[in-house]
Ligand binder design. Structure first.
Ligand code: GLY
Length: 346
């Protein structure tokens, strides 16, 4: 059951922002009803819009009895292994040196454990490596060469993650990045200077009321080598509390990290906010911490950011700065739905 906010709620938020009282609007909070397992309860999976296949796979596997974290990872692996998704895993856009560096994190609600990798190179499925950190170590996060060596020790294959298409995008960006450098500019193709921050986040609830979350990404295209975004940060890229629910994010990681957005969204649900309202409240906190250089002349952010949330009662929702969409498996079918949002796109 989606808990999409009403148009009135949206207008109240939007007018509050226009009046320069960002963050002062407080949505009503009713206590989160305790999760009650009934035969009606089916698995629920919610993901970013690129996760339609992921939520279907994760939801069906969870309903067949697979652990919620394993199911979520099976879902996002579809995107990690898909060479046409340039925001995740194999085929993800590289850093400024043409090296694909991947980030991922996960949390397993029932065991209260977490794992993450950042700037791992040459491994197609960083979500699985993050789970191995969770499962086989006393640590939470491994980075860079250490993360790659850790994966190799478990038999993961190190491969070239660039595809002909992602290499073409990178070469075009490099050629056109500056007028006075030594690279000859390439005509046309405006896309080459864009910097996508695509990612996949997937959260799964099963009929026992157990929750898990995973987020995986190739991060900001053309990033400075070594840059880690929000995706590998527990509490930013995703967060799970098995007594409340789970949340995750896609979009500009630097904006999310400063508010620990996934954690904040789960805490909002703990205080009784619906998943959508909790995600909207987190976005308003993001605006409070955004530097003027990232706002346009209308005082609106120049970047995109989305939050996806799921509580133990099976309610789900998503919110974004601008109109966007998300994928959900509601126990019956997978669909793409509209997010709640703060600003109309002009
Ligand atoms: N949210 C993905 C990133 O900023 O790396």
């Amino acid at each position: 059951m989606s808990d999409q906010v009403t148009r009135r709620t949206f207008l109240e938020i939007a007018s509050g922002l226009t009046a320069g009282v960002v963050g002062s609007t407080r949505l009503s909070a009713t206590p989160l009803a305790p999760f009650v397992h009934t035969e009606r309860n089916r698995a629920i999976a919610i993901a970013s819009a690129n996760g339609l296949g992921a939520v279907q796979t994760a939801g069906e596997l969870a309903e067949q009895g697979m652990d919620t974290l394993d199911a979520a990872i099976e879902g996002v692996k579809l995107r990690e292994l898909d060479p046409t998704d340039m925001s995740v895993g194999y085929g993800g856009l590289p850093n400024e040196h043409g090296v694909v560096q991947l980030d991922a994190s996960c949390m397993h609600g029932p065991s209260r454990r977490a794992g993450a990798v950042a700037a791992i190179e040459g491994i197609k499925t960083p979500s699985v490596v993050a789970k191995y950190v969770l499962k086989y170590t006393d640590h939470i996060m491994l980075v860079g060469v250490g993360a790659t060596r850790f994966a190799l020790s478990y038999g993961f294959q190190q491969e070239d993650l660039m595809t002909p298409a992602s290499r073409e995008r990178w070469l075009r960006w490099r050629a056109n990045r500056g007028a006075d450098d030594d690279w000859v500019n390439v005509d046309g193709d405006e896309e080459m200077v864009q910097r996508p921050t695509g990612t996949i986040n997937c959260n799964v609830l099963n009929s026992n009321g157990d929750v898990s979350s995973v987020t995986t990404t190739s991060g900001l295209a053309w990033k400075i080598p070594g840059r880690a975004g929000d995706s590998p940060i527990i509490g930013a890229g995703q967060y799970t509390d098995n007594s409340v629910g789970a949340a995750g994010s896609t979009g500009r990681g630097e904006a999310n990290i400063k508010v620990c957005g996934a954690f904040l969204t789960v805490e909002g649900m703990r205080r009784g906010l619906s998943p959508t309202d909790a995600a909207l409240e987190t976005l308003r906190r993001v605006l409070e911490t955004t530097q003027p250089r990232l706002m346009n002349e209308e005082g609106r952010p120049t970047f995109g950011l989305n939050f996806y949330a799921l509580n133990k009662n099976g309610e789900f929702g998503a919110a974004s700065l601008y109109p966007s969409s998300f994928a959900v498996w509601d126990g019956t079918e997978a669909s793409v739905q509209d997010t709640a949002y703060l600003f109309e796109r002009r």
